[in-house]
Design a protein around this ligand. Structure first.
Ligand code: SF4
Ligand code: SF4
Length: 103
């Protein structure tokens, strides 16, 4: 069985907690569950799970999130589906120790 694992520490997601007003919109729109509640605001639970889709930054009313959308796994998967070569930030593992770039 193969599964994807994102490369560590390459994501462009930046969270500026001092700007956060605690609306929780980022938690609602994030498909990866990157954010969690934290004392009336949010915190980043697992930054490396971010696929750089940009939904959180586009919907944050306080400008508390920045991310370079369209350069990471979302773009890589779309490019691969369209037969294009593009940047990729995930690795496919076969569960037996073998791995390779997924797109
Ligand atoms: S969408 Fe922005 S303001 Fe709202 S909880 Fe998330 S980071 Fe904070
Ligand atoms: S860019 Fe997309 S995947 Fe990454 S934290 Fe924001 S909503 Fe989640």
């Amino acid at each position: 069985m193969n599964w994807m694992k994102y490369l560590a520490d390459v994501v462009t997601l930046q969270f500026h907690k001092e700007k956060c007003v605690g609306c929780l919109t980022c938690m609602e729109v994030c498909p990866q569950g990157v954010f969690m509640r934290d004392n009336g605001r949010v915190a980043v639970k697992n930054r490396d799970d971010c696929m750089e889709c940009g939904a959180c930054a586009r919907n944050c009313p306080a400008g508390a999130i920045t991310v370079k959308a369209g350069v990471g796994c979302a773009a890589g998967i779309i490019n691969a589906a369209l037969g294009r070569k593009g940047d990729c930030c995930c690795v496919v593992e076969d569960g037996k120790g073998a791995s390779g770039i997924c797109c």
